[in-house]
Design a protein around this ligand. Structure first.
Ligand SMILES: N[C@@H](CCC(=O)N[C@@H](CS)C(=O)NCC(=O)O)C(=O)O
Length: 210
């Protein structure tokens, strides 16, 4: 998911890049770790990492910031100090407030009626309601299309796969999901990912079965 965020952003900005995928095994394990991942992110050993000449970075949000500085156009943060701050907060909340609910559900797929699973689904639903409120006055979460939309769109895919997808209770958010999902940069990343998941017999959200 986090690698997909970065790839979508690079495609939105038209940045030339070489994509190196890491080996993926059942059980969401990435082994063996790629040597560049170990070099750039030795403690966490997670993807994505970005290497651009003398700059080596890990963490999708840090990479977003670098991409925006290095390739300012098209901008993926809004204009204005306050607007940018709000957009950055939304991007961070998607990863750090919404997505932890989904991570909990990864381990609860056989116990979706358990109290922790119900609480995680409720956490997702509360977040959807909050985003629905934002969309009352705008087409994208932070005003113009931004990194915040990319992050939350990817998180929503995984939430749906794990049983906490959005519903008709948030119609503006459903329309937002279609708007974001129709972007060529998003489709170029998400479609192959869904094909891969389908080929492995893993869940593909109904809204992405095309
Ligand atoms: N906060 C990090 C999270 C990165 C992350 O969780 N990456 C996952 C894949 S999407 C990973 O590498 N998992 C393998 C592991 O933790 O060993 C980011 O935004 O890049």
């Amino acid at each position: 998911m986090f690698g997909a965020k970065v790839e979508i952003a690079a495609r939105e900005k038209g940045v030339p890049f070489e994509l190196v995928m890491v080996p993926f095994a059942k059980g969401d394990v990435y082994e063996p770790k790629h040597p560049e991942v170990l070099r750039v992110n030795p403690v966490k050993q997670q993807v994505p990492v970005l290497v651009d000449d003398e700059v080596s970075l890990f963490d999708s949000t840090q990479i977003f910031e670098y991409l925006e500085d290095r390739y300012p156009s098209p901008a993926l943060w809004p204009e204005g100090v306050a607007e940018r701050a709000r957009a950055r907060q939304l991007e961070q909340k998607s990863d750090e407030v919404f997505f932890p609910n989904v991570i909990k559900l990864f381990g609860l797929q056989e116990a979706m009626q358990s109290a922790p699973a119900i609480a995680a689904c409720a956490g997702c639903a509360r977040f959807y309601d909050e985003m629905e409120g934002l969309l009352a006055t705008r087409d994208y979460l932070a005003g113009p299309y931004s990194f915040a939309d990319i992050a939350f769109y990817m998180a929503c895919i995984f939430a749906d796969r794990k049983g906490a997808g959005m519903t008709g209770a948030t119609p503006r958010l459903l329309a937002w999901r279609t708007r974001v999902g129709d972007r060529p940069a998003v489709r170029a990343v998400v479609d192959p990912m869904m094909r891969f998941l389908a080929s492995e017999g893993r869940e593909v959200p109904a809204f992405l079965q095309r």
